[in-house]
Design a protein around this ligand. Structure first.
Ligand code: WTA
Length: 644
């Protein structure tokens, strides 16, 4: 194995960092491990505002955790109101840039005003704590306004990524039984309009009886039909808005949001997050990992529809009183230097993006970043998938000019906050490693029986102890929560990831061990894709696997057998790709669809995805095939590849 380079933090960075040197990190980690209640209790008291203090920090009835029991707080209050009595009152909370170059800056005072106004609009529509809102919007400041207005009243929100189809939106509306859908007429993406309101109409067309109101923000100005009695323009309702809508004191465990994510079955899981514990850990990791300073301009270039957007575009930065940049459009539009240009324009100090984006920029070529100084950058972050060392080195050298530490952050929708990542003023970096766990996080790498595997061995990544921002359950499905996360390794949280720890205690995340794929940092479930494919009238069976891809990390390959019929196979392949876009969203379209005569199965009828994975990865099958029902299926699939 070639020597892995180590990048210690520069003395200059360390001298200004909140947590300095490995001793600083280790002391914090040890205290959180040995005295968790005192550790989190002190932080909750110092870092958050509470209407009523909790009676005790932590309650654990495995696998159900409660944090800050009996405490009353409000996320919107913590993100807004408490800054208004400080110098942050007129500080930029959000700097927004539209894809076409429009700009808006909202100070904390202004954002507070907009949130109060919109909260009163929701109140006037009869919504109250415990109700649910679906937010299906583009990346406009109002998406944050809508989230914070819901949080202000205790309306549990579920943001649905604007790239999801009407079909995917409908299943989320139904599962959540949302009373209101907040949307836009459309969103801009690569100069084209994504017609969001049209998708809402299609989604609500059938079997969504819970929805009483649809509130539509005008963004693109395109013509949208409005259904009388159900649909309202945001700006029309705003006419009667009130500016001092108080934040409702909510139980620390109140469900702030539900975010649907792909799991191992066909139906997405509604990951339910809390109020107090969630916000505290998101805020603390924001400070620890990004070494956030008052004067920083911080930019997380994710979409707010994913958990990264929730925790590190909206709630984390605003709770910390930071300036967060929100960019509406595609990162390479109109040209591949959009991100670099934007960094110079707003003098961004911290950039947080995904390995897929970085790999796409590498392909575009160094001439694009070379046009811009990017001298303001002092820290870079990576999230969503393993970052390969060569992409890490490029990011470090070409974007960070060798001066900016890179924080590779491992976490999940379920964990709410960053779990494994370096504190940049404390931890020497190794490209491709998330380094060490955050305070309060006790990860371990174990074998099938749950025994620790020891250094440099691969195993399952589990987490031993509950943490404040942990998911509380799956929305109205405790069974699923228990089965998915707490049954595989008794007493521990099962992440679904494989990992390895090196001799220095550094964690290396290797990827999923379950039927979840990671394409461009988006989580996709093989089962969900397969269920979508078999809903097509021509399809008899489908098996989906991921193959390694140099830009997107993984790419979707679908093996499909057809029902009897006279199909035009070429046209059908394209039609099936479009079908998946319609059923889930275009980001889920298979890169390749292979029509085959049969699928490899065990004698009990289970599709052997492992073999298909081997076919798409190595084009040969080396694994054990003795349980295969029909060995010929495999040979013909491998041969089919050779023909292509
Ligand atoms: C993967 C995104 C390696 C992992 C925040 C995890 C990573 C899944 C990293 C969660 C990383 C995320 N290094 N792998 N830094 N970050 N992953 O729920 O497989 O969209 O289980 O949350 O992404 O994806 P999710």
């Amino acid at each position: 194995m070639s020597e892995i380079p180590v990048y210690p933090p520069s003395p200059d960075f360390v001298s200004k960092a909140h947590v300095q040197g490995l001793e600083g990190y280790r002391a914090l980690y040890a205290r959180a491990k040995e005295h968790p209640e005192e550790f989190w209790g002190e932080l909750a008291e110092r870092e958050l505002f509470w209407f009523e203090k909790w009676s005790h920090v932590f309650e654990w009835n495995p696998p159900y955790a409660k944090w800050f029991v009996g405490g009353k707080t409000n996320v919107s209050y913590n993100c807004l109101d408490r800054h208004l009595t400080t110098a942050r009152k007129n500080k930029a909370a959000i700097i927004w840039e539209g894809e076409a170059g429009e700009q808006r800056t909202l100070t904390y005072q202004e954002l507070h005003r907009l949130v109060c106004r919109f909260a009163s609009v929701l109140e006037h529509r009869g919504l109250k704590a415990g109700d649910r809102a679906i937010i299906y919007m583009g990346m406009v400041p109002e998406v944050a306004v809508a989230m914070l207005a819901c949080a202000r009243l205790g309306i549990t929100h579920s943001v649905v990524f604007g790239g999801f189809s009407a079909e995917a939106l409908r299943t989320r509306v139904q599962d959540l039984e949302a009373q209101v859908v907040i949307t836009c007429d459309g969103a801009w993406r690569r100069g084209k309009e994504v017609r969001l309101k049209a998708a809402v109409d299609e989604a609500l067309g059938a079997d969504c009886p819970s929805v009483r109101d649809v509130i539509v923000l005008q963004r693109t100005g395109s013509d949208v039909p409005m259904q009388a009695g159900r649909d309202w323009w945001w700006h029309a309702l705003d006419q009667d808005a009130r500016e001092n809508t108080p934040a409702v004191p909510l139980d620390g465990e109140h469900p702030l949001y539900v975010l649907y994510t792909s799991g191992t079955t066909g139906k997405p899981k509604g990951i339910q997050h809390s109020t107090g514990g969630y916000l505290l850990q998101v805020l603390m990791t924001m400070k620890w990992v990004f070494d956030l300073k008052e004067e920083d301009t911080y930019w997380c270039a994710a979409d707010v529809g994913w958990v990264t957007g929730h925790s590190y575009i909206v709630y984390g930065p605003l709770a910390a009183g930071a300036t967060t940049v929100i960019y509406e459009g595609a990162p390479d539009f109109p040209q591949p230097d959009r991100l670099w240009r934007t960094i110079d324009k707003y003098q961004v100090n911290i950039l947080y993006t995904s390995p897929t984006a970085i790999r796409a920029f590498i392909k575009h070529g160094d001439q694009w970043p070379a046009k811009h100084s990017m001298a303001s950058l002092r820290l870079l972050g990576s999230v969503g998938e393993p970052i390969n060392p060569s992409a890490w080195e490029w990011y470090h050298r070409v974007i960070g000019k060798g001066r900016c530490p890179i924080v590779d952050t491992w976490w999940q929708t379920e964990t709410g906050a960053i779990m494994i990542a370096p504190m940049p003023g404390a931890v020497p970096l190794k490209p491709g490693s998330g380094t060490f766990p955050m305070p309060g996080v006790l990860p371990e790498i174990v074998d099938y029986e749950g025994n620790p595997v020891g250094p440099n061995r691969e195993g399952f990544l589990i987490i031993r102890r509950p943490w404040p921002s942990m998911l509380r359950t799956c929305w109205r499905d405790d069974q699923r929560y228990e089965d998915n996360y707490w049954s595989r390794m008794p007493g521990a949280y099962f992440t679904g990831d494989a990992a390895r720890m090196d001799e220095d205690g550094y964690f290396w995340i290797l990827g999923r061990v379950d039927d979840v794929m990671n394409v461009s940092g988006h989580r996709l479930s093989t089962m969900e894709l397969e269920s979508a494919l078999v809903r097509h009238p021509a399809v008899a069976e489908a098996a989906v696997v991921g193959r390694p891809h140099e830009v997107t990390g993984q790419a979707v390959v679908a093996f499909v057998t057809l029902k009897k019929g006279d199909w035009n196979r070429e046209e059908l392949v394209e039609e099936l790709r479009q079908w998946v876009a319609k059923e889930i969203g275009s980001f889920a379209k298979p890169e390749q669809i292979r029509l085959t005569d049969g699928l490899p199965k065990t004698r009990s009828g289970k599709i052997m995805r492992r073999l298909l994975r081997e076919i798409v990865t190595s084009h040969t099958v080396v694994g054990d095939v003795t349980t295969l029902e029909d060995i010929n299926v495999i040979t013909s699939l491998a041969a089919q590849h050779d023909d292509e």
